[in-house]
Design a protein around this ligand. Structure first.
Ligand code: G6P
Length: 745
């Protein structure tokens, strides 16, 4: 469109300039004509009065003089008439023009002296007039006086203004007509054929059409079309070959790898790229308010940890909330950017939310409502109508943003988590051909617990818009099926593990999420060693037993219980004083919610109190590092910790537990794991604890420290096997296989 404007603009400028010039001359010509006309009229009126005025002045007949002056009152555009005596004094004038007397008339003297007539345009008070003065002489040539005829000229200007208006409106109509014709011609000659060719290209190279390209003409556009045709054909062939090879390779490989997942995606989804939707984005651009420095961080989120390697493997588009304060600076005109920043593998599309939307949808409904509703941690869920409205609005906003991106045929949409319970239904309503999965990264409660939610019905209906719903563990699937069965009019098929409502079937499956099996392969061992030495020096850890916790600061993570257990451990087993240090890496999270804010203060105070209780000659039992840590920064901590504690009170999976195991290539290190995490079902070789039982928890720390190295190694080996077999590629592979089986063709 910009090009069309650039093309039309000079034409419009030239036409407007020519038309304005023409108008200007026409107005000038009209003005001259009207004024000339006026002059002639005034002169002829004055001359027609000459004889009568001569009589009046010769006879000094004032009565007739006044009669003569009033005689013109009714004449059109004639303002008045003035009769002067030989000395230039007014002896009669038209009444309605009475204040003409007050006008200064220096020219009268010249007329008396030269006895020549005078006609001029005059402005006096509100009058715009033409005055014509005729000297009156008797038959003997004796000067008797003068008669002045005054004509109104305002009609001349009214006529000229009217003319300008007519010229301007003709010009506007002309400009609009030229504009419309140009746009129409551009569309017919250029835009439409190019649009048709582009659409054809998109569908042909994906194998969605076999028709020949739509350009029939032979000229330049025809040449371009036949070039495009060649490229489309080669692309189609190449895609087909890749897909066949992928299928063959995939059937051979046992362990799930990035390459195997890539092959599966090609083989199963073909050209239907994957669309991921989550609230949290995988890369967040922020500006540090203190330093003004821009940085790109990877947020602490289980969803990000799991989905990122999947998209790196198979490409696609990830739609997420652009929550970073510098996010807008890094997107293109479609709010997209390629990530990872230095090795682009997939597209991130950012959706913008205003403060009110973020408050209601994210802080309010998602994290003060659904989050505590689904976690068994005795924190009361809060449901506010305004939050629910914002939640619905934001779900619709995301649906619109996703719909904009979907290809014409059979797209695959993979929605993440509790932030988007309504999205599946919203997308399905407009794209029934889309295959949609939702993965629920947190626990699903019992029907009784879920039924306290005032919006339970809409939420379940929204979720059942999806074709597949995944949970981490079978127990959450069972709870979900029970919930749908009890709270909605639906039919649960226990054999197929599906729910049928309004003739739409949704399958429910357990897919335990995982990590990539080899923690952060990119970092070199020597660099990690250097980092470990640095950390040990900084916190005086040399020769100490190191415990580690890595969490977002969340009441579900059992951080308080962990500190109490460390306290009890040191009370019960004082021989570990000055020998044991626990490092807690804690990323502040959802800080605008009071419960989180209070929790941060509670943890600060508790750690401070316990450190004070035990501090001795510079040693303190807990090093509390409260900030965001990148994966690269966490890696040396994982690799140097003798034990890692994951003590969630309730957790969908908990990927920190799996990350720690994946990082321990050296097979040393032990994991203390809460029995209330999803990970506990798979990592049966971890030391499992009930974090509410502080005594048992404290003893488990002692148990780990006492355990022979041999046993620790065996346990770690087994856990690593579980993780490398059930890695995140397998998780994604299973979901994609399931999705592909549902593919709507
Ligand atoms: C959990 C949720 C994720 C979320 C993460 C971090 O793991 O399942 O969806 O991204 O917590 O929380 P945040 O609110 O910071 O995204």
């Amino acid at each position: 469109m910009r090009r069309v404007f650039l093309f039309i603009l000079p034409i419009l400028i030239i036409v407007s300039a020519a038309f304005t010039l023409f108008g200007f001359f026409q107005v000038r010509f009209e003005e001259e004509k009207l004024i000339d006309d006026l002059k002639r009229k005034a002169k002829s009126v004055a001359e027609s009065m000459e004889l009568s005025v001569q009589h009046v002045l010769s006879a000094n007949d004032l009565k007739n003089a006044n009669y003569l002056a009033e005689k013109f009152e009714t004449r059109e555009r004639l303002q008045g008439c003035v009769i002067y005596d030989k000395d230039g004094n007014i002896i009669a004038l038209t009444k309605r023009f009475g204040d003409w007397k007050e006008k200064d008339k220096p020219y009268i003297k010249d007329i008396i002296a030269n006895k020549t007539p005078r006609g001029e345009l005059e402005k006096f008070k509100d009058y715009q007039v033409y005055s014509y003065i005729l000297p009156i002489v008797d038959d003997a040539g004796q000067f008797l006086g003068m008669v002045e005829v005054i004509h109104d000229t305002s009609y001349v200007f009214a006529r000229l203004t009217e003319l300008w208006k007519r010229i301007s409106s003709t010009l506007i109509i002309l400009v609009v007509v030229i504009f419309i014709i140009s746009i129409f011609l551009h569309r017919q000659i250029f835009a439409l054929p190019v649009q048709r060719l582009t659409d054809w290209f998109k569908h042909f190279q994906k194998g969605e059409t076999d028709e020949a390209h739509p350009i029939r003409e032979k000229g330049d556009l025809g040449k371009l079309a036949s070039e495009v045709e060649q490229v489309a054909l080669s692309l189609r062939v190449a895609r087909r070959t890749i897909s066949d090879e992928a299928q063959a390779r995939m059937e051979k490989e046992e362990i799930w790898t990035e390459a195997k997942l890539k092959d599966l995606v090609h083989a199963k989804l073909g050209e239907n790229a994957l669309f991921i939707v989550s609230n949290r984005e995988p890369y967040m651009h922020t500006i540090d308010e203190a330093t003004g420095l821009e940085q790109c961080i990877r947020p602490a989120s289980g969803v990000v940890t799991a989905i990122h390697p999947v998209l790196c493997a198979c490409g696609g588009t990830w739609v997420a909330h652009g929550a970073g304060n510098a996010d807008k600076k890094f997107v293109n005109s479609k709010d997209k950017l390629g990530v990872p920043p230095k090795d682009i593998r997939y597209i991130l599309k950012r959706v913008w939310l205003d403060k009110e939307e973020e408050d209601g949808y994210y802080y309010g409904f998602s994290n003060e409502g659904l989050w505590p509703l689904c976690h068994n941690t005795h924190t009361r869920p809060v449901f506010r109508e305004l939050d629910w409205q914002a939640y619905k609005k934001v779900n619709q906003k995301f649906a619109d943003s996703v719909l904009e991106e979907l290809p014409v045929k059979h797209p695959f949409v993979f929605i993440q988590d509790y932030h988007f319970t309504l999205l599946g239904k919203m997308i399905k309503e407009r794209r029934p051909d889309a295959t949609i999965a939702l993965f629920w990264h947190i626990p699903w409660p019992t029907p009784e617990a879920f039924s306290i939610c005032p919006y339970r019905k809409e939420i379940l209906e929204g979720m059942l818009g999806c074709d597949l719903i995944g949970f981490h563990v079978q127990n959450h699937c069972n709870n979900f099926l029970d919930t749908a069965n009890r709270l909605l009019e639906s039919r649960v098929d226990i054999e197929k593990f599906s729910i049928v409502r309004s003739e739409k079937e949704t399958f429910v499956r357990a897919f335990p999420i995982s990590v990539n099996g080899h923690f952060n392969q990119a970092a070199k061992d020597a660099d990690i060693k250097r980092e470990i030495d640095k950390i040990k020096k900084e916190f005086d850890l040399e020769g100490k037993i190191i415990g580690l916790g890595v969490d977002r600061i969340d009441y579900t993570k059992g951080i308080v219980e962990r500190v109490l257990a460390i306290d009890r451990f040191l009370e019960k087993y004082p021989q570990y004083k000055k020998k044991f240090v626990f490092i807690q890496l804690a990323a502040p999270s959802r800080v605008h919610i009071k419960r989180y804010h209070d929790l941060m203060a509670e943890i600060d105070e508790l750690i401070e109190k316990k450190n004070w209780k035990y501090s001795d000659s510079g040693w303190k039992p807990i090093v509390y590092l409260k900030r965001h840590f990148s994966l690269d920064e966490i890696e040396p901590f994982y690799k140097m910790a003798d034990l890692c504690i994951v003590s969630s009170l309730h957790d969908g999976m908990n990927l920190v537990a799996k990350e720690y195991v994946a990082a321990r290539k050296d097979l040393s290190g032990s994991l203390i794991l809460s029995q209330f995490t999803g990970a506990a079902r798979e990592l049966v070789d971890a030391i499992q604890v009930n974090p509410y039982s502080i005594e048992e928890f404290a003893d488990s720390i002692q148990l780990v420290l006492q355990m022979p190295q041999d046993e620790k190694t065996k346990r770690m080996e087994k856990m690593r096997k579980v993780i490398s077999e059930n890695n995140v590629y397998r998780w994604a592979g299973n979901i994609i296989t399931e999705l592909a089986a549902l593919k709507k063709v």
